[in-house]
Design a binder for this molecule. Structure first.
Ligand SMILES: [Zn+2]
Length: 377
């Protein structure tokens, strides 16, 4: 006797926009409905802490400095290989032995980073180098200010991804369109009794650098000063959130916590996993390099899927109405694409955290087998 064959499951990009497009709210099957309907976002967050440990995602806290820097170089190559970074963009990691410092490449294209000598250690307090004269990225304040405000964040990715950029300028909100990218809609209510603010929905927020740039300054949309970096870090918190209410008092508190290595589950943490930047790109955070890379790559994939879904839907609606009299048009009700619900976002975020080690292993092999990427041991 042979065992029953197991159905293969695929998440093929060519198919995804269609399932976003045509599923209707009434026909969605939730599978384990009890689980999804009763699980709050706070419970998702609690579960994620466990899931991250079981999936070995939260690598940074248990890794040596040497292992961390090895992952950081590999992560630069992976993000370039997946077009999340080109000559621009960067990824940082908090120093595992000194949480008041972080590592980032000097001003170098990510694909060309090849050894620890290309990496610079910075003070989180002011983004000044600990011991280097190499020219740094002008936007290192993105990293320093986020790491300062949120002690549980261990890694930050900043990208100018071409697939994501339309959602920073078009007025169309970026939303979780498929299961692997459920984290896009995840918000983190600190207090269990505080409901998620429904009015903010599951859209990924957009930060406008111009609104935080002084009139006499060059308007280049770069987050290249501590003030702009602090304002950008604030945008990872909802306006009415616990973190936002703490405001800059939290910043100084976090700085002292970071210096004394006392960052805990009670420390302020971002409400959003990803923030878009108008006319510029996006930034994502993670509790490890691997989680930040996972989120960066699937943010980009989600944008590509959503764009195709929108284009396909628009073409389909136009085709349905073609040749009809005006009063006969709109035979297909335009309810918009069917994005993930809040319950699905909770379940899919957990699922992603539990399986995120699988793509990391593949991505490492991809860059190891590509001669473009040099990684000196
Ligand atoms: Zn940038």
């Amino acid at each position: 006797m042979f065992p029953e064959p197991v159905a293969e499951h695929a998440g093929v990009d060519d198919v995804l926009p269609t399932c976003v497009l045509y599923s209707t709210r009434n026909s969605v099957s939730y599978g384990n409905g009890t689980y999804l309907s009763t699980m709050t976002l706070q419970e998702t967050q609690d579960s994620l802490k466990y899931s991250n440990e079981s999936a070995n995602l939260n690598q940074t806290s248990t890794m040596s400095t040497e292992e961390t820097l090895h992952d950081l170089i590999t992560a630069n190559h992976i993000l370039h290989h997946h077009n999340v970074l080109d000559a621009y963009g960067h990824i940082s990691v908090r120093d595992p032995t000194n949480p008041s410092r972080f590592f980032l490449s000097y001003s170098l294209a990510p694909a060309l980073i090849s050894s620890a000598s290309d990496l610079v250690e910075y003070h989180i307090s002011d983004a000044s180098p600990v011991n280097s004269t190499a020219k740094g990225y002008s936007e290192r304040f993105i990293h320093s200010e986020i790491l300062k405000q949120y002690p549980n964040v261990k890694s930050v990715v900043h990208s100018h991804s071409e697939a994501v950029l339309p959602y920073t300028v078009s007025g169309v909100p970026l939303q979780a369109a498929f299961h692997i990218a459920g984290f896009l809609g995840l918000h983190y209510p600190i207090h269990r009794q505080q409901p998620v603010n429904k009015t903010q929905g599951t859209n990924v927020p957009i930060f406008d650098t111009a609104a935080h740039t002084q009139r006499n300054s060059r308007l280049d949309l770069l987050v290249s000063t501590p003030l702009r970096g602090a304002a950008f870090a604030d945008s990872f918190s909802k306006q009415d959130s616990y973190t936002a209410r703490l405001g800059h008092a939290a910043t100084s508190l976090v700085s002292s916590l970071a210096k004394s290595s006392l960052a805990s589950d009670e420390s302020p943490q971002p409400d959003h996993t990803v923030v878009l930047m108008r006319g510029h790109g996006f930034t994502t955070v993670g509790s490890s390099i691997r989680e930040a890379v996972f989120r960066a790559i699937y943010t980009q994939q989600n944008a590509a899927v959503q764009t195709t879904a929108l284009l396909t839907r628009n073409a389909h609606l136009n085709a349905e109405d073609r040749g009809k009299k005006p009063e006969e048009k709109t035979s297909v009700p335009d309810t918009g694409p069917h994005y993930l619900s809040e319950q699905e976002i909770s379940g899919c975020t957990l699922m992603g955290a539990e399986t995120a080690e699988r793509p990391w292993g593949l991505w490492v092999r991809e860059v190891e087998s590509n001669p473009l990427y040099v990684h000196e041991q």
